[in-house]
Design a protein. Structure first.
Lengths: 366, 275, 402
């Protein structure tokens, strides 16, 4: 008369905590996840196809809209990939400013991650605190390039404009505020017993699995692999900066939380180094008005806040637009590992896993 | 009033098929360079012979001889830009690969600081296994994998590239295979499980099927999508194939409004066929 | 006290019901507003500061007046209060969507069950030990009904001997509203929420009831009014720790019973969208919403009357101890009218304690993350139940020896 049965449930694409339009097909036994199958593509806009049909410099606005929470990292990777393809040398001042903006952007992205992750787990106040501080970073972006979210801050060969007057003080004030804010988050979360219960040992992903699935970024570093493209293959001005790559070996949600917080501190330090040693000089390389390519092929990896973002470009002889424009986004490969992370976990852990992956569906679906 | 978007009359519906297949390579580069130099030399010879002819003509006529032409020198330092050209392989990894794989390596070179190795299309799984397992190579991670459509290619229509990362030695390597239409390369999931979604994306976008893949379905586009968007013969505006089915739309009002909105937004909607 | 006729009883009960319902429906919107404001304060924002009004309505006039006075209108701190009425209006006039495959009857009555059970618990709560006021003898009643006068209208509607049992009974019935509503919605998320709710309520009823047994054991009564009086005024000093632990456990279970944040499993919005009320809209959702807040105030009321001394000032039975202490050691102090007034029972002590506990509910919501479902159950079965059992034994020993 009675029989037990596994329940299939759709988490998403409309769900408060799938960070957009992620859909997970879950098979539940009670509340235990027996099988998880992610379905993506609801936000697919064909960025690659569009960029192939536009001139080299026009692709930038589309990279903004991929990972809309860290537009500057996307811009930086895009600009450097094209510079690598064409062999363009960027002036030192521009490289410093790019580094500084990229690190501010890392702060922005990690603050947003902490906000949403904490809210998924139920800590409402941390959400607002993080948004309060993120607002200041966005103000800095606004002062630099006039827009807050989709910045389009980079140009091929350098930057469009130099920093405005009073910018350095503004950045320093922002960093002070964020430093103070981080103490507040740590007070609310780091030793909170409920937070520990919800994060310690949850959604583990070992270093071997990370490597097998191409998982990069804080997830890889929280598994004990000190791999950071800023150190391994330095770009922009990272070879002149002093910073550490934080690692943990627990490979769980709490370790990723600690790694990201430590990364924020390192970012603050890098921004201060950039401000301190900002060289004088031009901010734009001398370039022809129209970039005409030869036959070439390039893959340029950079370290976005979520992991490795790589641009693969193929160009043809005399072409004004890329022949092939492919973007390797960190979220795409990181999300692939979610069935491993939530196997035999509870429904609430799926939420924690999505939060700790820091998914932005704009970059996954492209 | 209803408005139905017609993709065939859209401004970008025309497809410009590429006339060349830009597969960068050392041999191709050398050949291209030689051809360019020969063409320049021929041009110069022609200019010079024209000058000689004009000179002898002027001398014979006793008129003022023309000025001798100056051979143009390419300006190299006008811009902060130096195109990175393919170079002979110098890295140890590439030499090791050639040693280990022997005949199946078609070409190795370096460009813009990247190591590139072109593999025979049938030997790709072997090459990946070697790169992953061999102690002196040990590329642990498959960073990226993608493909390119070359409709003008001679003997091949696609290239599939694998970007491997060695975390310990901080090295990156690109493997490349050139495959014809309809060829199914071995799936890399047997070596790198992370290739699963990347191969599904390639299948979705370019229509390359991978043999022995666990789940060869579309990933970004819906399952009933027609065509493969990243092929060069696919128009940017699409083919106009999204059927919108409103279940409880008896008067057709919802459909009409959706069509209007789609028309304004240049989204391709196809009207439902009457049964 | 003379014997009341049936009509008089009914009339008096009606007056009491009107008073209590008015109290509830003033407290609940105030709690909602306070929640917005307090959480806004905790999160460094303003909370609700305005209701929409640009050109029409009172707010528009206010806005224009403030512009005319040169003030920035939208940032007035208490301008959000009319928004509460707006909320109710929105809920009342919103379309009531019913899922096509829902079990219609159960779906419709489930919110009513939750709401009625929540309000009914107020019938046994004692607001004040003495008659609130006396109806003057001169008050005429139209028709042949005799004039009522001189009869006490006490602060409790149903002065029954088993008040605590009634209260616990209604609290359990409230669960049916949630579970039936979740099941009848025919939605998987609702079902998960309902199942969680059922399991959680069953688990937390146990420590909640046992923790309420502590004042029962200590006072030797289950009459609501007597219990409040005895636990406050006639306790030995040995009973204070056990009342304190009982209060702690009761509040913890109260959080779970009202589905508030550290234990809001049935409606964990980031996991189950909205849990049991995912499919509800309009006033049916509003009933669940109001029931939650009424339950909150009930829990606060019970905790303050049993553990925090009700209408007396000092909690945990310290009132009687302090009074005896003063009477023996400083008799002159007891004679002062101010001290007498302070130590006498007042309704605003009771209401003030309720409000303080409601603030604690909101404070916790602003500060803590959410437990996982199995951890919630572990808290109940592994920690709370053993703790309450030990506490109950301790209370029994105190009762026996002291």
């Amino acid at each position: 008369m009675f029989k037990s049965q596994e329940m299939e449930i759709n988490m998403g694409p409309q769900h408060p905590s799938t960070h957009g339009v992620l859909r997970l097909k879950l098979r539940l036994d009670g509340e235990t996840v027996k099988h998880c199958y992610p379905v993506i593509g609801y936000l697919h806009r064909g960025v690659e196809k569009i960029c192939e049909n536009k001139a080299f410099f026009q692709g930038q606005v589309w990279t903004d809209r991929m990972d809309y929470c860290s537009a500057i990292s996307n811009n930086l990777g895009w600009a450097e990939a094209i510079e690598k393809l064409f062999g363009i040398t960027v002036p030192r001042r521009a490289r410093y400013l790019r580094t500084m903006l990229n690190e501010l952007n890392r702060l922005n992205s990690h603050l947003l991650w902490l906000a949403t992750h904490a809210m998924d787990i139920g800590a409402l106040t941390v959400f607002l605190y993080c948004f309060r501080d993120r607002e200041k970073v966005l103000d800095v972006f606004e002062a630099f390039c006039g827009s807050r979210l989709t910045t389009s801050a980079m140009r091929i060969g350098g930057l469009l404009e130099d920093i405005p007057e009073g910018f350095e003080k503004m950045v320093k004030d922002t960093l002070t505020d964020i430093r103070e804010g981080m103490l507040e988050y740590e007070t609310l979360l780091s030793e909170n017993r409920i937070w520990l219960k919800r994060t310690v040992g949850i959604a583990r992903l070992s270093a071997d699995d990370c490597l097998a699935y191409g998982v990069t970024g804080p997830l890889l570093r929280a598994a004990g692999v000190a791999y950071d493209i800023r150190k391994a293959h330095p770009y922009a001005a990272y070879d002149e900066m002093k910073f550490e790559v934080p690692t943990k070996t627990e490979a769980d949600t709490y370790a990723r939380y600690l790694v990201r917080l430590e990364e924020m501190r390192q970012s603050i330090s890098i921004v201060e180094q950039c401000l301190g040693g900002l060289p004088e000089g031009p901010i734009m390389a001398k370039l022809p008005k129209t970039l005409k390519s030869e036959v070439g092929e390039v893959y340029h990896p950079t370290e976005a806040p979520k992991g490795e973002i790589g641009y693969y470009l193929v160009s043809e002889k005399g072409g004004v637009n890329p022949y092939r424009f492919h973007i390797r986004t960190p979220g795409f490969l990181n999300l692939q590992a979610i069935p491993l992370m939530v196997q035999d976990a509870l429904v609430a852990d799926v939420i924690a896993a999505i939060g700790t992956l820091d998914v932005v569906l704009g970059e996954i679906d492209r | 009033m209803s408005y139905v978007f017609d993709p065939s009359s859209a401004p970008n519906a025309k497809v410009n098929m590429p006339s060349t297949a830009p597969v960068p390579g050392l041999a191709a580069h050398i050949a291209d360079k030689k051809a360019t130099e020969a063409a320049e030399e021929a041009k110069w010879q022609k200019t010079y012979s024209d000058y000689e002819a004009a000179k002898t003509k002027a001398e014979s006529e006793g008129a003022e001889p023309p000025k001798p032409p100056v051979r143009p020198v390419a300006k190299s330092d006008a811009y902060d830009m130096q195109w990175p050209v393919p170079k002979e392989p110098e890295d140890q990894d590439l030499k090791t690969l050639v040693e280990l794989l022997g005949e199946s390596v078609e070409e190795t070179f370096e460009q813009a600081g990247e190591l590139i190795c072109q593999i025979n299309k049938t030997a790709i799984l072997n090459a990946l296994t070697t790169c992953n397992q061999e102690v002196s190579l040990r590329y642990e991670m498959l960073s990226d994998m993608t493909a390119t459509h070359y409709p003008a290619g001679d003997g091949y229509k696609f290239s599939v590239v694998y970007h491997l990362t060695c975390i310990r030695r901080r090295k990156r390597l690109r493997l490349r295979v050139l495959i014809p239409e309809g060829f199914e390369p071995e799936s890399a999931t047997q070596v790198y499980p992370g290739a699963n979604w990347l191969e599904r994306e390639i299948f979705d976008m370019l229509g390359i099927r991978f043999a022995n893949h666990p789940d060869m379905t579309r990933i970004l586009c819906p399952d009933d999508w027609e065509g493969h968007p990243l092929r060069k013969d696919y128009p940017v505006v699409g083919l106009g194939q999204r059927n919108v089915d409103f279940r409880e739309d008896r008067s057709g009002k919802l459909m009409r409004r959706a069509m209007e909105a789609a028309g304004h937004l240049n989204i391709n909607l196809k009207p439902i066929k009457a049964d | 006290m003379q014997e009341m006729t049936l009509l008089q009883t009914l009339l008096i009960a009606t007056i009491q019901v009107i008073l209590v319902v008015t109290f509830v429906f003033i407290v609940v919107p105030l709690t909602i507003f306070a929640e917005r404001k307090v959480i806004g304060f905790l999160q460094q924002r303003l909370g609700s500061t305005r209701i929409a009004g640009k050109l029409v309505g009172i707010t528009a006039l206010q806005n224009r007046a403030m512009w005319a006075m040169g003030k920035f209108p939208i940032l007035h701190y208490f301008r959000g209060i009319p928004g509460l009425a707006g909320d109710i209006c929105k809920l009342l006039f919103k379309e009531d969507v019913k899922p096509a495959k829902a079990d219609r009857l159960v779906y419709l009555i489930a919110p009513a069950i939750a709401m009625v059970a929540a309000v009914m618990t107020y019938s046994v709560i004692c607001f004040h030990p003495d008659p609130l006021f006396t109806i003057p003898a001169s008050l005429p009643i139209i028709g042949e009904i005799p004039i009522i006068g001189g009869l006490p209208v006490s602060g409790v509607i149903a002065e029954v001997n088993v008040g605590l049992l009634i209260l616990l009974g209604f609290a359990s019935v409230g669960v049916y509203g949630i579970v039936l509503g979740a099941w009848a919605s025919n939605s998987k998320y609702s079902l998960l929420g309902g199942l969680r709710s059922a399991a959680q309520m069953v688990s937390y009823e146990v420590p909640l009831t046992i923790s309420l047994l502590v004042p029962v054991v200590l006072s030797g009564s289950i009459n609501f009014y007597e219990m409040g009086q005895l636990t406050t005024l006639e306790m030995s000093p040995w009973a204070v720790p056990s009342l304190f632990v009982g209060f702690f456990v009761y509040m913890t279970c109260g959080f779970a019973e009202t589905n508030r944040l550290p234990f809001d499993m049935p409606e964990a919005e980031s996991e189950l969208i909205a849990g049991f009320h995912t499919e509800y809209s309009g006033m049916r959702f509003g009933l669940f919403y109001l029931a939650e807040y009424i339950n909150m105030s009930v829990v606060a009321a019970i905790a303050s009357s049993f553990f925090l001394g009700g209408p007396w000032l000092l909690p945990f039975g310290l009132q009687g101890i302090a009074w005896d202490f003063m009477a023996t050691h400083a008799p002159s102090l007891v004679e002062l009218w101010l001290v007498k007034w302070i130590m006498a029972p007042h309704w605003f002590y009771f209401v003030g304690k309720i409000f303080t506990l409601l603030f604690v509910f909101i404070w916790v919501r602003g500060s803590w993350p959410r437990y996982r479902y199995d951890q919630v159950m572990a808290v109940a079965w592994k920690y709370l139940i053993p703790l309450t059992l030990v506490n109950l034994v301790a209370a029994g020993l105190v009762r026996y020896f002291a």
